[in-house]
Write a protein that binds this ligand. Sequence first.
Ligand code: ADP
Ligand code: MG
Ligand code: ZN
Length: 594
Amino acid sequence: MHDALRRVFGFGSFRPDQQESVAALLDGRDLLAVMPTGGGKSLCYQLPAVMLPGTALVISPLISLMKDQVDGARANGIRAACLNSALPTEERAAVMRSLLDGELELLYVAPERFALDHFRELLGRLEISMAVIDEAHCISEWGHDFRPDYLTLSSIREIRPEIPVAAFTATATDRVRQDIAARLGLRDPLLVRASFDRPNLSYEIREKEGGDSQLVSILKEFRGQAGIVYRTSRKGVNDTAAMLARKGFRALPYHAGLSDEERRRNQDAFIRDEAEVVVATVAFGMGIDKSNVRFVIHADLPRSIESYYQETGRAGRDGADARCVMLFSQGDIPKVRFLIDSMLDEQERARALAALSKVVAFASSTLCRRRMLLDHFGERYPKENCASCDVCLGTREVTECTTEAKMLLSAVIRTDSRFGSGHIVDILVGADTKKIREFGHDRLAVYGAGKERGRVYWRRLIDELVARKVIARSEGLYPALYPLDGALGILREGQRVEMVRIAEKRREKPASGKVSADGLPADRELFDRLRALRKRLADEQGVPPYVVFSDRTLHEMASRKPSTPEAMLDIPGVGQAKLTRYAESFLEELRGRS
Ligand code: ADP
Ligand code: MG
Ligand code: ZN
């Protein structure tokens, strides 16, 4: 296994969970693996596919993904091909021939093939090493992108009962996981659940200033590197993309309102490193395996923690440092509320509201971002300080607010936990409303006790205490605040509460990209030359640049400066096939002018 890992992929070690996944498949055992984006799922089946006799069948939902995977596998010298409706007849015939001749190690197909009788009949006759279902959550109606044609995949068990079936997904909920296992008829599968932590991503939330200059100055830190700017509305996308283009960035828009042709063109330009920034709505991202996305900026509030995780997850798939920046403004909340309030379906509205309040709590919290994200997925982050989020790096001002927290809890408790944030804040600031008079809340000791602080302060404190699980909001359309166990710690045990002001401060760490994956300062000028060479070779071969080598591999080359083929082979990501194909050009570049 380790030999093949080195020879084919050029990696010296497995990532956590890859090794047991590979071993299970080599043993002929079914597998259900949940790993985050960038976790290295492809290697889990590509490696055994190379080692086992026969062809591994890989079912993948999108043609663009398939093509990317095939390009990537071929670049590593794996005999891979795909069959789908987009393929010209001639090419399809050629793929069929090599398939029938047993020449393929990997065959990618779209799920709808399984509905075709002749394809199923063909599967019965070939030597198949295993069946792999990528993006397996598509088979579950509980998942976020259910695809009815995935249901036909259950027939693989009847056609080839003896081969192992492996399902891969980045969607972690138990319900989806059980659904996948049941629908595919997995038999005593090995269950692998990797951590959802993405250690190479840094998270930071900045107070949104409004206006263009903030975004422009952030993007300047990433000059020449690829990234995504997410915005909520199509208009926002168009405006921001146009503004950035005027300022000299190679920025392109992407949203569902553009023609198919324009979307495809913009996406391709991004994948081929020809546009550095895509400004997009959430419509962008699925079906993109580009591994050298170095930053993701949320210029508006994400709609949920899940989507924030998924969208930021598109950065740094190659394992090299990447940054996630969210621009947050309390002022954006009413805009989103307005959109939510206009939803017709009551359940949907309640769900969207709950998701929004979690995002707000996340953004305004003083707890480690990473810890909160993982907590959301039911995972405990073991370290006290992650050293790569704005909270842990201490770029924020902390203020003590224990007294205020006590006042707030008192207001909640004295009103029997029956009222929502708005009314509680009214009590604290001593507002004169009909509701206050009707309930006699102007007679409470806390009435008006917090009037030196504004409403915004109190709302932030509420979000903070919700995030810390001191209080919670009840379900439903008119959520009331109620105390949780954490409240006792503050009221009785003298626990302190601190709140953070989101401060705009310079990071001390240099922007990612100037630092190699292992933290060594890389030669930036050399890196840029290697990158230009990568782009040239990629264009010649009609593949995306990251298929030639990942950013991480280029960083390693730039810092270690190998001078012989043997030294080149030691660079992570340089396997036998890539050595043969590319080493000479890169060695020349490294030698020639460095
Ligand atoms: P996923 O499908 O889980 O999102 P991929 O299979 O696309 O992730 O892999 C993401 C990146 O991680 C790729 O650039 C891949 O080359 C790299 N990678 C995978 N396994 C390893 C490993 N053991 N060591 C170093 N890099 C790896
Ligand atoms: Mg994948
Ligand atoms: Zn942290």
